[in-house]
Design a protein around this ligand. Structure first.
Ligand code: FAD
Length: 431
């Protein structure tokens, strides 16, 4: 047993863990991060685009050194059918403002950078070792057992990702139900910088984020993602685990193949070289899956706390992970000042979270997961959009139809009017 006692031990060197480590070490606390991957970033998967606001609060000059791929200046939402797609594209100079800047990132580089920042402030990183259990003394968590060795600390922060088996072990988190998690499959496809900029119609350094609903998942609740990096494209699919087998009953690995082979996406990635293949779970239950966040000597942050919002038009987890890690650090610093690491002494974390965008936004979109389960989003709606626009643009010499009549008859052929009304009202309620 090690004699050393840390102020804080953090389990997981992802974004939540390293954000907390950075803030704690900067405040002069002795902090150790234990990461089971051989390096920070090696086990972590994202789509991925990071909204930078929470990183800017943690490290105001982040843009000078962070490995950011491209600044996202264009958003594309694509409704896909087997033969085509309908897209909404949004581009505005506003997206370049520092206040709402977002960037594509690759986690192997990005997480390593954040860990280096924390190390430079004095945090100790122990990589390649898994924490197997938490230690308790008089009911309070007082350290961890990793690789047969025990390490003591006043407080343990669980930033160990979506499963958080450790939080489950100590009864702070229930086992995940299939409807609360999605499985993501992602490839990174190498292409040269200019080809990417030309294909997506952006200037050097600028990037595009695309979210896709429809054909790729074969009617199951989920979708495609595509982000442009400097010299590569991140592409993938995420499907709710409870929905696997729904619709056409596609297997998860087949979904990404469908996306890549679709007439809309294939030309964008043509000639690219597969650099990386990854799969990972992602929380999808929103505010409805928040576990106990504070216990005696223990806190939970990031995906471990279920802090992800997949809204169909945006996908956010990294900004919530960084903010929750940062806030956990602030609560730990306060607890150290008071010398009280009990649940009451750490309860400031809950208050800070409640007053932050994390809980505000999760609560605001509380009904979104239920709306996102609506099967029509993934089949009938892309088909209706495609057929309506097809009737306008595919000119074959036949007689034109009155637009409203045509839209109504296409809609009616796919869905009952009551389903359309219910869906619209569900969407309004969820936003
Ligand atoms: C396919 C996909 C697409 C996504 N797209 C986006 C996106 O575009 N934008 C966005 O903001 N978010 C996105 N997300 C969500 C985002 O990636 C997560 O919210 C984010 O990674 C959470 O960070 P974290 O630090 O909480 O958890 P993680 O990054 O999962 O880190 C947890 C760490 O804990 C370590 N660990 C676990 N157990 C132990 C243990 N017992 N001992 C030691 N170490 C342990 C793991 O190895 C890991 O490094 C996406 C997720 C997926 C899967």
């Amino acid at each position: 047993m090690s004699e050393e006692k840390f102020d804080a031990i953090i389990v997981g060197g992802g974004l939540a863990g390293s954000a907390a480590a950075y803030a704690l070490a900067k405040a002069g606390l002795e902090v150790a991060v234990i990461e089971r991957g051989t390096s920070c970033g090696s086990k972590n998967v994202t789509g991925g685009r990071i909204y930078a606001h929470s990183l800017a609060r943690l490290i105001p000059d982040y843009a000078e050194t962070a490995p950011l791929e491209r600044k996202i200046v264009k958003e594309r939402i694509i409704l896909m059918t087997g033969t085509g797609s309908t897209a909404v594209e949004y581009r505005d100079e506003k997206l370049k403002d520092d206040s709402c800047a977002s960037y594509s990132v690759l986690r192997a580089k990005f997480d390593a950078w954040l860990a280096e920042k924390a190390e430079a402030e004095g945090a100790l990183y122990i990589t390649g070792i898994r924490v197997d259990e938490l230690m308790r003394e008089d009911g309070k968590i007082c350290g961890v057992v990793a690789d047969g060795d025990s390490l003591n600390a006043d407080v343990v922060l669980l930033a160990d990702g979506v499963h958080s088996l450790l939080a489950q072990q100590i009864g702070m988190k229930k086992d995940l139900s299939p409807h609360q998690v999605g499985v993501g499959v992602k490839e990174v496809i190498g292409l040269d910088e200019k080809t990417i900029s030309d294909r997506f119609g952006v200037l050097p350094g600028e990037g595009v984020a695309c979210l896709v609903a429809g054909h790729a998942t074969g009617g199951a609740a989920g979708g495609g993602i595509l982000y442009t990096n400097k010299n590569s494209i991140s592409i993938g699919t995420v499907v709710n685990i409870g929905q696997i087998g729904a619709g056409e009953g596609l297997k998860v690995p087949d979904m990404i193949e469908r996306l890549k082979d679709s007439p809309t996406i294939a030309p964008l990635i043509a000639g690219g070289e597969l650099l990386e293949y990854a799969a990972h779970l992602v929380p999808e239950g929103g505010a409805n899956m928040t576990p106990e966040l504070v216990g005696d000597g223990v806190l939970i942050a990031g995906d471990a706390a279920g802090f992800v919002m997949n809204l169909g038009f945006t996908f956010r987890g990294m900004d919530l992970a960084i903010e929750s890690g940062h806030l956990a650090a602030q609560a730990i610093i306060k607890a150290k000042e008071k010398g009280d690491f009990s649940a009451a002494g750490l309860s400031e974390y809950r208050t800070l979270l409640d007053n932050s965008f994390v809980m505000r936004d999760l609560k605001h979109f509380r009904k979104m997961p239920a709306f996102m389960d609506s099967p029509q989003i993934y089949k009938e709606i892309p088909e209706v959009a495609g057929e309506v626009l097809g009737s306008l643009f595919a000119i074959d010499g036949s007689a034109p139809k009155k637009l409203v009549k045509n839209v109504t008859s296409i809609l009616k052929s796919k869905m009952k009017l009551t389903t359309v009304i219910k869906l619209a009202s569900k969407a309004m309620g969820a936003m």
